[in-house]
Design a protein around this ligand. Structure first.
Ligand code: TNX
Length: 445
């Protein structure tokens, strides 16, 4: 019997017991950890906290077989006799979903929350705004969604990109939708970290309120780094303070994302610093892509996401910031999974399942004595070329399962990983209806 993510220790009793349900007791131990004992007497879970119980229940589901991942069907009747001792390597085991480039309807976000939970991941970072769409209802500025949430695809004519030239695309979440997502995630011990991206990637806001921008322009229909950035004016800062106030009313997360990436002309960091300080004034912690280091001095509590490799993260740790590692070379799940011409869209560098699994979130060269803490890592799913939940599934899985194991398990790699995935985990994904990329090669998209 093998599990995924891999537990710290697993002792197989070599026989099956009748499954009669479980009971939980709380015991001391590392956060998120648990011990699960299954025998003829039943299943005993010794959880270290409520998150640990959740993790144990996911393992229990794994032990009960792929059938246990179906929404309905025969109740599992047997379970292996075993002892599992398990706890996570990192506290931040995240996924960023870009719901701005292509809108993902609420029901699909909820499905992703459930998929994160199945993989013992505990942070969902929602990239809510970008040049190509504004997805967060702001009551004070209704045009952000009235104008900013729709566009016509112009460059997106390639059939394989899923686009049709001129096709309208859009959507947004109401504040009630987002509160529902937060509650659904909280029930699974998943924190939802929202991001409003400033001062670049803001053309959907500028389309709605042109006075915010250096140049005007409609919601962007191209991809890449956009020169149309926010104006450095007091009125812009006031506008975004109000937007972030509504954001923080909806999202209780300790950490609040303000983007900060790819903003030509904003190297002085004035806007980033102003909004970071505002976030801190509300008792939260700002979270930005590694370009925010250009805005130093930043509030000490700022968390830095290291995406342009790991150097930004190493620098931030040295500065005393907490860091989440997400280097594009290793954990960008929009990047292509093979060099086959049959892959849906050959973006980025080649990032195979094995590449993701081989990655260690702790870069060489760290002494462990840095003043900042390495909180963990996240996989980023950018959706320029993923215009439906089906395509997001294809990009995310099974690489996200490999990532989940990387952030959960001890650093030593398991040479049997792919076999374990194939034998035990893909049947679970099948049962869940996840349209993952087959190990044998791409779908004929
Ligand atoms: C870089 S990562 C970006 C995104 C793109 C992504 C494409 C980051 C902070 N910025 O705007 O979607 O590359 O892979």
């Amino acid at each position: 019997m093998n599990l995924l993510p891999r537990p710290v220790s697993f002792v197989d009793g070599g026989r099956l017991c009748e499954y009669k349900g479980w009971e939980t007791v709380l015991v001391d131990g590392p956060p998120g950890g648990y011990r699960l004992l299954s025998s003829d007497d039943g299943v005993l879970i010794e959880a270290h906290d409520a998150e640990g119980e959740m993790n144990a229940l996911q393992t229990l589901r794994q032990l009960l077989g792929a059938q246990a991942f179906r929404a309905a069907g025969d109740k599992p009747s047997v379970i292996p006799a075993c002892e599992v001792v398990d706890y996570p390597r990192f506290g931040w085991r995240g996924v960023m979903l870009d719901v701005a480039r292509h809108f993902l309807p609420k029901r699909e976000v909820l499905r992703y929350v459930e998929l994160l939970s199945v993989h013992k991941l505990n942070v969902l970072h929602l990239h809510l705004t970008d040049d190509q769409g504004w997805r967060f209802e702001v009551k004070r500025y209704p045009k952000l969604t009235e104008v900013g949430s729709w566009r016509e695809d112009s460059r997106f004519g390639d059939r394989r990109s899923g686009g049709l030239k001129g096709r309208p695309h859009g959507g947004f979440y109401t504040q009630d939708d987002l509160r529902e997502i937060v509650a659904y995630a909280r029930a699974r011990h998943i924190a939802v970290v929202p991001e409003i991206d400033i001062p670049g990637h803001s053309q959907s806001a500028i389309a709605a309120y042109p006075e915010l921008g250096v140049h005007g322009g409609g919601v962007w229909t191209d991809w890449g780094v956009n020169e149309r950035v926010l104006n450095i004016e007091k009125s812009t800062v006031d506008f975004y303070r109000n937007v972030f106030d509504e954001l923080m009313d909806v999202f209780p997360a300790e950490v609040i994302g303000l983007g900060g990436d790819e903003a030509p002309g904003h190297e002085d960091g004035v806007l980033v610093r102003a909004i970071a300080e505002h976030v801190v004034s509300r008792g939260r912690r700002p979270y930005g892509w590694d370009e925010v280091l250009d805005a130093r001095p930043l509030p000490a509590s700022t968390v830095v996401a290291s995406w342009r490799g790991v150097q930004g993260g190493i620098t931030a740790l040295g500065d005393g910031h907490d860091v989440v590692m997400c280097p594009e070379q290793h954990v960008y799940l929009d990047y292509r999974q093979s060099d086959s011409p049959g892959e849906p869209i050959p973006v980025g560098t080649l990032t195979t399942l094995e590449d993701v699994y081989a990655w260690d979130p702790v870069p060489g060269g760290l002494t462990g004595e840095e003043p900042g803490r390495l909180l963990g890592a996240q996989a980023n799913i950018w959706t320029e070329h993923l215009d439906s939940a089906r395509r997001v599934d294809y990009a995310a899985f099974p690489r996200l399962a490999a990532f989940a194991e990387v952030v959960w398990s001890p650093a030593e790699k398991d040479p049997g990983f792919v076999r374990r995935l194939e034998e035990h985990h893909l049947p679970r994904l099948d049962a869940l209806g996840v349209e993952y990329r087959p190990l044998t090669g791409p779908h004929p998209w």
